[in-house]
Design a protein around this ligand. Sequence first.
Ligand code: HPA
Length: 270
Amino acid sequence: MLEILRETVSWLRPQIPAETKIGVILGTGLGDLAHSITDKKEIPYETIPHFPVSTVEGHNGKLIAGQLGGKPVLAMQGRFHFYEGYDMKQVTYPVRVMQLLGFEYLFVSNAAGGMNGSFQVGDIMLIEDHINLFPEHPLRGKNDKELGTRFPDMSEAYNLKLRKLATSIAEKNNIKLQYGVYVGTQGPTFETPAEYHYFKIIGGDAVGMSTVPEVIVARHGGLKVLAFSIITDLGVYGKIVEVSHEDVQKAAKIAQPKMAFIMEEVIKQL
Ligand code: HPA
């Protein structure tokens, strides 16, 4: 694994400014954040040695190196989902690459269904914690000490200082933020009403099909994480309507400028 990773990293290293410490994963319908990145250099996934290739609609599949909030960042436009058939090592491969590139921060976004009764479509939820319901763990298998410890701590998977910073930026700029627990499931089905209810009972506020694997690997690798869900549909009794991937993309697109603003301001203040 490490040898293969090192090949990817040595190929990428010369293409990315050495001072880059921030990785960004852009979720479904949230690729527009890339428009705020300046001095862009785009690197299609298919040109990167050993990188998986994205297949799902709404994901373009490239790395974007450039400046955001006055700092060099590396953004992933398009991520790899477990439901697409990738295994967990592939889903999390880009995060390992960021780790070996010496990154310090990972910013993540996703689209999610809201179970919390006070949420509305278009809300942004700052992820405070997660519940991992994926059927395979990204760290299953032999642990490579060079990448991280066998039994990583998860008491603060979502960095408290970064969350406080995001909260104060949202407050100062009158942007409504919701807060809660993200439940990560494999998909690709959206939830039945009973499943939304179950996820609420176990402590979830929003549910989606991504993020948890990447965050686990980021924490294993020592990166500090900040993550947001855009609430694109509601899994709340009485408010559940039929939902499609297109609806999710549309709702995410509407909310994303606010999330992009918060992310950019957080980066400015790092
Ligand atoms: N469930 C799971 N994943 C999702 C949802 C949902 O309701 N909305 C957007 N991604």
